[in-house]
Every structure is written in structure tokens, then in C-alpha cells.
Design a protein around this ligand. Structure first.
Ligand SMILES: CSCCC(=O)C(=O)COP(=O)(O)O
Ligand SMILES: [Zn+2]
Length: 214
């Protein structure tokens, strides 16, 4: 523990490196256009490492990762944390086993959010890849990805998200016209969930195209 900072600086540097490597990969896939998207990792019980607001996520450096407390307040930094910090910290606060939260704005995620906003969810069923989600061991399961209305008011959005958790286990949700939030126990699991959502949403969109007018 550092003498002046209330968190482990070495752990922060380690996590910043992991975030940077992963986010560069996601940016290269085109999932973080125009400075969009944000990423975090739990640092300890009281803190999370998160991207600084407005940074080009394809060019992240160590100084683009900062620390917040679980109320979303900057700790030991003059930078402004992601505008969506509350959507990250609410997960860490409510679920002790959540270790990493990833938010992206890919084309498939954004289009699916528009297309399924009326229904309020995207149903994913019959896919072998559903087994990528923790707790699913069969393609026969159905996973409903909630689609929430967008808002610039983070407490409003966070309250909508919180209500979802009363319905059962959840590894991600869409925000209409905005993008996807996915999470897991650590970076590897959050990436697996994010990649699975992206693949399955893309399949649903392609099926719609192929069956349109039939
Ligand atoms: C230009 S993207 C609009 C904001 C957004 O949706 C996003 O994900 C990035 O916000 P941040 O403050 O984390 O950079
Ligand atoms: Zn966003």
C-alpha cells in the first residue's frame, strides 16, 4: 500500500496494462468509435480502475486509467472519470464477484439496440455459443438481453439497470441507440461475455436480413 494513496499502486499499474491491451484489441475491431466506450476493473473492495472520460480508446496509455471509489468519485487524480462511471461502480457495489466491466459501441450492438428497443429485450436461443455465459451449460437455454432506454442522467440509467438484477443472473444489457455493457469475474470472463454477445447479436441481425420479406 502506498503511503499517501488508499490503494495499491502496483496493482493499479498491473490492471492498467491489462485494460490497455484488451481495449486496443476491441478498438481495432471497430467497437470503440469516436472516443466512445469505457472500461474498468475492480482494484479492491472500495476502488476501481477506470478509463478517463473522452480519451481515444484505441490509443490508451497508463495515464488514461484512473481510480474511483464505489460512489464514482475520483481518488488521487484530477482527471474526470468516464461519464458512465456509475454504471460500472453499481455492479461492483452490488456484486462482490464482479471484477471487470466492459462497455462498447459496436455497429451490431448499436443496431440491435435500435431494432429491439420496442420489445425491451433481444432473445438469444438455440446457439451453442450460449455456453460462453457463466452458468449456461446447454444451447437449449434462452438468454434475454435487456434493452434499456438511453438517458444522459446516470442515476436514472443506474436505477433502470438495478431493477434488472431482481429478475435473475445477467451478464450484460443494451442501451437503446448507445451500446452494450458486459461484465464478469475478471477481464478474461468479461471479454468472453462481451465477445459472445457481439457474435450472437450479429447472428440475430443477419438472420433478420436473410429472412426479411419471407
Ligand atoms: C462520444 S461517445 C459518448 C459517450 C459515451 O457513450 C461513452 O461511452 C464514452 O464516454 P466516456 O466519458 O467514458 O469517454
Ligand atoms: Zn457509452
Amino acid at each position: 500500500m502506498n503511503e499517501t494513496l488508499p490503494y495499491d499502486v502496483h496493482r493499479l499499474r498491473e490492471l492498467a496494462g491489462e485494460i490497455i491491451i484488451n481495449v486496443r484489441e476491441l478498438a481495432a475491431l471497430g467497437w470503440t468509435p469516436a472516443t466512445s466506450s469505457n472500461f474498468s476493473h475492480r482494484l479492491d473492495d472500495a476502488h476501481a480502475a477506470i478509463t478517463v472520460s473522452g480519451r481515444d480508446k484505441g490509443k490508451l496509455r497508463e495515464g488514461d486509467i484512473m481510480v474511483v471509489d464505489m460512489a464514482g468519485r475520483a481518488v488521487g487524480s484530477d482527471h474526470r472519470p468516464s461519464a458512465e462511471t456509475l454504471l460500472h461502480t453499481q455492479l461492483y457495489s452490488r456484486f462482490p464477484d464482479v471484477g471487470c466491466v466492459l462497455h462498447t459501441h459496436s455497429r451490431a450492438q448499436t443496431i440491435a439496440s435500435r431494432l429491439f428497443a420496442g420489445a425491451g429485450h433481444v432473445r438469444l436461443e438455440g446457439y451453442e455459443l450460449l455456453k460462453a455465459f457463466r452458468g449456461n451449460d446447454t444451447h437449449e437455454a434462452a438468454v434475454d438481453v435487456p434493452v434499456l432506454p438511453n438517458s444522459q442522467d446516470m442515476p436514472t440509467l443506474a436505477a433502470q439497470v438495478d431493477a434488472l438484477f431482481d429478475r435473475g443472473p445477467l451478464w450484460g444489457y443494451l442501451i437503446d441507440g448507445h451500446g452494450l455493457y458486459a461484465w464478469g469475474r475478471d477481464m478474461a470472463e468479461a471479454r468472453r461475455h462481451l465477445d459472445a454477445f457481439e457474435f450472437l447479436l450479429d447472428c440475430e441481425l443477419e438472420l433478420r436480413r436473410l429472412t426479411a420479406g419471407h
